[in-house]
Design a binder for this molecule. Sequence first.
Ligand SMILES: [Zn+2]
Length: 369
Amino acid sequence: MVKNSAQPKPLSTRDQRELVSLRDLSARVGSDPLLVQASNGNTSIKLDGILWIKASGKWLSDAMQEEMLVPLKLAEVKKSIRNNTETASRFTMKQKHELRPSIETAMHAVLRHRVVLHVHSINAIAWAIRLDGPRQLEERLASLHWQWIPYAASGIRLAREIEKAVASAPETDVLILGNHGLVVCAQDCQTAERLLCEVERRLAITPRRFPSPDTTVLAMIERFSRWRFPDVASLHALGTDAVSRKILKGGVLYPCQAIFLGRTMPLVPPALVLSKSSERLNGNDGTPAFVAVERSGVMLNEKMTSAERATLIGLAQVTQRTEESARLRYLAEAEVADVLGKGAHGREVVVRELDGERKTVYPRNAYVS
Ligand SMILES: [Zn+2]
C-alpha cells in the first residue's frame, strides 16, 4: 500500500511556531478576494526535510480553523518529479477526510526558499494574460528578483519550467506565471508577506468604471424560480461593460476560469431574455449557474456554488483591469482540454448538497489547487 503523508518527527517549538505563522498568513491571504478565490492558491513551508503543503481543494481562508497542511518528505517529492510522477497521484485517499497535497506541490518543492506563497492575484493575472506582460512589468518590478514563466500546466510541467528559470538565477523570489498567477518566496513568513505586499503595490491596476445594470431586463429573469440578483455589484460589469464582454468572447484566460465557469461564457443579448427561448432559464438541467446579459448585467442561479461565485467575481475583477487595447494570450484549445480532461486538474467538478450547503467536491481521482 502506498504510504501517504510523511510522519514527521516531533516538531521543535520553533518549527511549531513557524507552522502557526504559515497558517495565520494563509488565512489572511486566503481571505483577500484580490489574492485568492475559493480553493485556489497554496502555501508551503520546508522544515527539517519536510515540505508542509496546502491540501488540494481546501480554502486557504479556513487555515486557522481546519487542518490543511500535508507533510511530505521533500526528498521523495523531488524524486517523484525526476520520475515524472505527480506526488498527489500517489495518494490513495482511503479515508474520507484524508488530505491530498495540492496539484502545485512540485512547484513548491523545486523552489529553494523555505516559505512559498502562490496566489491567483487579480492584479498579477491582469498582467499575466497580456502578450506584452513581460515588457509591461520590466519597469514595475524593477529592482526585484523576478521572472516571467510562460504558461505551463500545473504540476510537474510547470515545476520543470520554474526549475529551469531559477537555475541560472537562484536569487529569484518573485514569479509571474503566464495565464495563471503569482508566486513569492522567502526564508520566513514575515518576509514573504512583506514581499507579497510590495509586489501587489507595484502591480496594482485601478479597475475601469462600468455602466450600471439595467434592471428591467434582469427582472424578467428574476421571475423564473431560482434566479436572483447578485449581491456583489461589480459582477454586473461582465454584462454592462463592452470591453469586458469583448475580452470574454475571446476565450479562456486562465485555468480556473475553465474549471469553474466552463469554456464559454453564457453571454446573451437582451432580446433573447425577452423571447420565448428564455424559458430555457426556467429549468433545472442545463440551466447555467449564471447569465450575463449584454448591456443589462448579471443574474445568478441558486445552483451556483460558492467556488463558482468566487471565481466569477475574480474574473470580473480581471477584465475590469484589462485595457481594450491590450493584446491578450488566451489558453489554446489543447491547454483548455488538458485542464478540463484527464490532465492536471482532474475530471469534471461535481456539485453535491452537503450538510444543507452546496459544496463543490471532486471525484476521487481528481486533484486541484
Ligand atoms: Zn495556481
